[in-house]
Each structure stands twice: as C-alpha cells, then as structure tokens.
Design a protein around this ligand. Structure first.
Ligand SMILES: *[C@@H]1O[C@H](CO)[C@@H](O)[C@H](O)[C@H]1NC(C)=O
Ligand SMILES: *[C@@H]1O[C@H](CO)[C@@H](O)[C@H](O)[C@H]1NC(C)=O
Ligand SMILES: *[C@@H]1O[C@H](CO)[C@@H](O)[C@H](O)[C@H]1NC(C)=O
Ligand SMILES: *[C@@H]1O[C@H](CO)[C@@H](O)[C@H](O)[C@H]1NC(C)=O
Ligand SMILES: *[C@@H]1O[C@H](CO)[C@@H](O)[C@H](O)[C@H]1NC(C)=O
Ligand SMILES: *[C@@H]1O[C@H](CO)[C@@H](O)[C@H](O)[C@H]1NC(C)=O
Length: 316
C-alpha cells in the first residue's frame, strides 16, 4: 500500500469513554460505507491468476461483480460466470482493498485476507483453493519469524512453523479441520464469523459458525469491543519467542478477492494432484471454458469491524 493510503480517512472512529472497553477505536465497515472505504484494485493480479480485476464502474455496470443487496444490506463481491473463453488476462472478478491499513488490533469479519507480502507480512485468515473443504490459516513473513501454535484446537495443525518458508510464499500454515469453516460447508450454514486478535505477542484466529457466535460479537458496536479472552479455544494461534510480531507484521490492509488459478492453485502439480485434474488438463483451460462453475464463487459480507488501541479493562 502506498503510504498516502495509510493516512486516508477511515470510517467513523469513535473513542469509547466507558470503563470496560478492551479496545477503544473501531472502524465499522458495512453495506452503508464499504464501497467508499475500500478501493477497487484493477491492475494485473499479483498472484498471476487468470483474472481481470474490474474498476468500480465496470464492476457495477456488469452487476455481477460488486454491489450492495438492498433487501438485506450486505456486500456482494462476485465474478463473471457467464462468459465462455474470456480473453486474457482472464475471467472478470474484483479485488477490494481497504483504504486504511492496520497494525495490530481486533478484527471481526465473515472473511478477510491481508496483503503487503512478504516483508511486512501477510495474514490469510480465510483461504483455500480448488476443491478444498477446510480452511488453512497462514502467515507469510520476511526472514526470521518462526512460530509455534500453542493452545489452539487439537485438530488444528501448524504444518510448518517458519513463516518465511519458500521466501514467504508458503509461509507458516495451520490446517483446520472444521468443514463448516470453509466453502460449501460454510455456505450451507449461512457462514459465520472469523475473528482475529493480532497483538505484539500473538496472532490468534477464531471461527464461529453463525449459530454459535459469542454474545459479545453479536452485541459488538463502535463503543464496546468484544473480549477475546472469553471466546474459548482458538482455531489457530501463532506466537512464541521465534518471532517478533511487531517487526514482521505491519501496515496490513484488508483484502477481499476472488482469483482463478495463478501461482498457487494453478500450478501444474497442484492442479494435477487435486480432484480438479479430472475436469481439464490445466486450470486456465477449465476456468475459461466453464463460466457456470463460478456462479457460487462470490463473497457476501455483512460487516467487518476493526478495533484498535488496546486498553486493559477499566484503565480508560
Ligand atoms: C507503515 O506506515 C507508517 C505510517 O504511514 C510508515 O511510517 C511506515 O514506514 C510504514 N511501514 C512499512 C513497513 O510500510
Ligand atoms: C454501518 O456502519 C456505519 C458506519 O460505521 C454505522 O454507523 C452503522 O451503525 C452500521 N450499521 C449497522 C446496521 O450496524
Ligand atoms: C478510498 O480510496 C479511493 C481510491 O483510492 C478514493 O476514491 C476514495 O475517495 C477513498 N475513500 C475515502 C473515504 O477516502
Ligand atoms: C452501482 O450503481 C447503482 C445504480 O447507479 C448505484 O446506486 C450504486 O451505488 C452503485 N454501486 C457502486 C458500488 O458503485
Ligand atoms: C476437514 O474437516 C472434516 C470435518 O469437518 C474432517 O473430517 C476432515 O478430516 C478435515 N480434512 C482435513 C484435511 O483436515
Ligand atoms: C494477545 O492476544 C492473545 C490472544 O487473545 C492473548 O492471550 C494475550 O493476552 C494478548 N497479549 C497482550 C499483550 O495483549
């Protein structure tokens, strides 16, 4: 992110004056302000996907890619599922980046994905590819950040502790084993909330199905932050003396995107060793020829809340 954007006006920032706020500043993104506070990225896909990221006007004109559902206000971010064999650079889609960037805080969202890769780190809260059924939470960093994963669900596995693995490209992934947290299982239950507490000592992620959201997340507003210490065992946690979080993760904006193929999912060996191999010899070929397969490939976002300025309870 250019630093001018770092300083751009965020959303309503209110200071809580009560005595119990854990965090005191809150940016609340929802259908009323999302398209003012997030920018359409319409350059070449940094992950080299078979994708054509649209500008806001193009996206809105196509009414496929980005608009607000008026009946129940939420943010729809989809992609083209009608055009067969789109020309290069690929299938129309959108990639939205928050104007504001953040270093540490409490993030509450259906879904979020964070860039500035890899020297200022990247935190992928919700990410998967091809026919994955479960989410993988991954941190990507510059050299010298080795994590452990204490206290997370026993079924969550930190498969590589080195967040700079493969020069940061692979990062340190924690695989999870709740198929309601990703893809078809997630959509079937109406989704849920991903929450992340990012502070100087840990990066901690929770997933709550919509039917099991903590009361303080449901009640969260600009004045009152929820309290992660009451949420129970996290889905993924990253901490330990091997990584100075403050120096490896900074200035992250929030990104929502849908891309096709590219450096990860599109690699011949990744495609070829997944169930997708039965569909077509190569990822781009499949994506080009099968628009209807992407009708369900959209985000629907109710809200994203970001709390900053941690204060211990009662100190304000
Ligand atoms: C993060 O943003 C601050 C404020 O704009 C800037 O001073 C700092 O250089 C940025 N750091 C990085 C790594 O981009
Ligand atoms: C949507 O966000 C705005 C701006 O932060 C906030 O004032 C408003 O209360 C939010 N709407 C709902 C329904 O929470
Ligand atoms: C966010 O950034 C976009 C494009 O850079 C700009 O048009 C928009 O005015 C910005 N929003 C705010 C609230 O500053
Ligand atoms: C899309 O166009 C409609 C109709 O002109 C407008 O009401 C809406 O605000 C636009 N949305 C965006 C994201 O530009
Ligand atoms: C995905 O989650 C399901 C249960 O929801 C589990 O049975 C399966 O083993 C998980 N897969 C992986 C690769 O962890
Ligand atoms: C950082 O977040 C973790 C996870 O919620 C929490 O256990 C820890 O107390 C926090 N540390 C600080 C210094 O706030």
């Amino acid at each position: 992110m250019p630093s001018t954007q770092v300083l751009a006006f965020g959303v309503t920032t209110l200071l809580a004056t009560g005595t119990s706020a854990l965090y005191t500043g809150c940016d609340h993104y929802n259908a009323s302000n999302f398209f003012n506070e997030f920018s359409f990225f319409n350059e070449a896909d940094p992950t080299q996907g078979f994708v054509n990221y649209l500008s806001m006007d193009q996206a809105n004109l196509s009414s496929l890619a980005a608009f607000t559902l008026e009946a129940s206000p939420s943010i729809f971010l989809g992609g083209d599922y009608k055009t067969a064999n789109p020309p290069n650079p690929g299938r129309n889609s959108v990639r939205l980046t928050s104007n504001k960037s953040y270093a540490q805080g409490l993030f509450i969202a259906d879904i979020a994905h964070m860039p500035n890769w890899p020297n200022s780190g990247e935190i992928d809260i919700l990410e998967g590819f091809n026919e994955n059924m479960n989410n993988t939470v991954t941190l990507h960093s510059g050299e010298g950040c080795v994590m452990s994963g204490p206290g997370s669900l026993p079924t969550s596995i930190l498969t590589n502790p080195n967040c700079n693995a493969n020069n940061g490209f692979d990062g340190c992934p924690t695989s999870t084993s709740n198929n309601q947290g990703y893809g078809p299982g997630f959509n079937e239950i109406g989704g849920g909330v991903y929450a992340m507490e990012w502070n100087s000592s840990a990066i901690t992620v929770w997933f709550f199905p919509r039917s099991a959201m903590p009361a303080d997340i449901i009640a969260a507003n600009e004045m009152t932050s929820p309290d992660p210490s009451k949420w129970g065992t996290p889905t993924a946690s990253f901490s330990g003396p091997g990584c100075d979080i403050g120096s490896h993760f900074k200035n992250h904006s929030i990104v929502f995107d849908t891309t096709f193929c590219g450096q990860w999912a599109g690699q011949a060996e990744v495609w070829g060793s997944s169930p997708c191999a039965a569909l077509a010899p190569a990822c781009n070929q499949y994506v080009a020829a099968n628009p209807a397969a992407f009708q369900d490939a959209y985000w629907l976002i109710n809200k994203v809340m970001v709390y900053q300025d941690y204060e211990a309870a009662g100190t304000k």
